[in-house]
Design a protein. Structure first.
Length: 505
């Protein structure tokens, strides 16, 4: 049973470059309570948590711990209070062992030296208590993503915290591992530990929560008690009635099934069960939207199609020709790929626009004697700059210092220099301003008109409806819904991703 308030964040305000991301937000957690936090991408959840944990400084407002005002300026400040955070982004260090990761920075010592025997023993006690399928001495580099997420959870549990913050903790876990985590949460709650649970998965929130706070557009939208956490009500509150009536939240989809099939995916299955028996087609000139929650398997599927990661089984055909997917083969066959993490995977920040555009095109750049033609590289770069209005229009400008929108244009631009048949774009406008978004959408629409087949993976529901001719929704590694030739709303797509059925009109 939840007791007195342990943490209260009151009237929190935060802006970046003058743009408010949190406005007068209030959030509180009681002792022994599981208090969930939900909202669409960009609603302000992560910003609020980073303020509570000292990663960001708040612009206004006050945080109270056990009724007393406190200043949390660093993560160490929140640890001293008794707060631990299990972030969605893994912070484990692969070359170290499980035990070394769990107690990193807090290693038990014997004189000036680390007491490895004691550290392994302490880790084994935690593993036994929570029944995790891990060994203290295993090197993390040999473990899968799900087991690495369990190490993150162990790190949080090892600190004997009064408040544990879990950010999308099941995103990388298998069903069995997730069930294990749910039992741990129930145990911790019974021991009086408070938990802030952040998740896009409504069934988890419904099952675990004592209360639920929903943020929308950086503001409090609702605080629901357990009996009021009803799926349809939660979805409606997340999206907002006003948004639901806007032009961007509803669309009549039109797909041309008579156009020739460009991409045919048959039975694609992952060796670690992140997706199973995935089959679909994309037609010439069609933009197929791939929706679903974080961790649903969307990114993993498109990476397998392109050949970045290998699927365990299944077949991929392009224009009727069976492919053995690999980045090299995909490029030669006319498949382009814009990855989710554009900064680390899409371009090289220190290189110029010219060099970045040339990266995937050296097979079509002229060679003079034994050297690449600088003139040909420059000419190609100028064509890309003109084709999609890259700014500044300076071929020698380092891409790393450009705006997010222009960085994304550079990543797209390199593919426009080729005779594209299929373009895969993962989160095309993440971190991009509204004006640049429209430009990216126009580029995709123009490519489709030219006959290019396009797959767009996006967590932005308005974007999904804006660009798609047809929509597939994934959930827990499966395609669970197809929307085509019907009027579809954001709510319908979100409901399908959550496992809540809402019929098309």
């Amino acid at each position: 049973m939840a007791g007195n308030t342990i943490l209260e964040a009151k009237n929190i305000y935060k802006s970046f470059s003058g743009v408010p991301v949190l406005q007068d937000v209030h959030f509180e957690v009681k002792a022994g309570e599981v208090h969930s936090l939900m909202g669409e991408n960009g609603a302000g959840k992560s910003t609020l948590i980073k303020i509570i944990t000292g990663v960001y400084a708040k612009d206004d407002g006050q945080i109270y711990w056990e009724g007393k005002p406190v200043e949390i300026n660093t993560y160490q400040d929140c640890q001293k209070l008794g707060v631990a955070c299990i972030y969605q982004e893994l912070s484990v260090i692969p070359p170290l062992t499980v035990a070394q990761n769990v107690f990193l920075g807090r290693e038990p010592r014997k004189g000036p030296f680390i007491d490895y025997a004691k550290m392994n023993k302490m880790t084994q006690e935690l593993i036994d208590k929570y029944q995790f399928p891990l060994k203290p001495t295993t090197v993390v580099d040999n473990l899968g993503i799900g087991q690495r997420q369990l190490i993150e959870i162990l790190k949080g549990l090892s600190q004997d915290s009064k408040l544990l913050i879990m950010d999308e903790p099941t995103a990388s876990l298998s069903g069995k591992e997730a069930e294990m985590l749910f039992k741990i949460i129930q145990t911790l709650r019974s021991e009086g530990v408070s938990i802030i649970y952040i998740s896009h998965r409504l069934e988890e929130v419904y099952m675990l929560s004592d209360r639920l706070t929903i943020l929308r557009d950086g503001k409090n939208a609702a605080v629901l008690e357990k009996q009021d956490i009803i799926p349809a009500k939660v979805i409606e509150t997340m999206i907002g009635k006003v948004v639901d009536e806007s032009a961007g939240s509803k669309k009549m989809l039109h797909s041309n099934d008579e156009a020739e099939v460009r991409l045919d995916v048959k039975g694609l299955t992952d060796k670690t069960d992140r997706y199973r028996d995935i089959s679909f087609q994309v037609h010439r000139g069609e933009i197929l939207g791939l929706g679903g929650l974080i961790g649903a398997g969307r990114t993993e599927v498109v990476r397998a199609i392109y050949g970045v990661d290998k699927a365990a089984s299944g077949e991929v055909y392009l224009d009727g020709k069976k492919l053995d997917p690999s980045p090299k083969a995909s490029i030669l066959e006319g498949i382009g790929f814009v990855p989710e993490d554009r900064r680390n995977q899409g371009f090289i920040p220190l290189l110029s626009t010219t060099k970045n555009v040339a990266l995937t095109n050296y097979d079509i750049v002229k060679v003079q004697k034994t050297a690449i033609s600088d003139a040909d590289e420059l000419s190609m770069s100028k064509r890309a700059i003109e084709a999609i209005d890259i700014r500044p229009a300076d071929p020698n400008k380092q891409v790393g210092v450009m705006s997010g929108g222009n960085q994304q244009k550079v990543v797209l631009g390199k593919w426009l220099m080729r005779d594209l048949k299929l373009l895969i774009v993962d989160e095309p406008t993440a971190g991009i301003d509204v004006g640049a978004k429209d430009e990216i959408y126009s580029i995709l629409e123009d490519l489709a008109k030219q006959g290019v087949a396009i797959i767009v993976v996006t967590s932005d529901l308005q974007e999904l409806l804006r660009v798609s001719h047809r929509i597939l929704v994934m959930r827990k590694g499966d395609i669970v819904k197809e929307f085509k030739n019907v009027e579809v709303t954001q709510s319908m797509v979100l409901s399908a991703g959550q496992g809540v059925e809402e019929e098309a009109k």
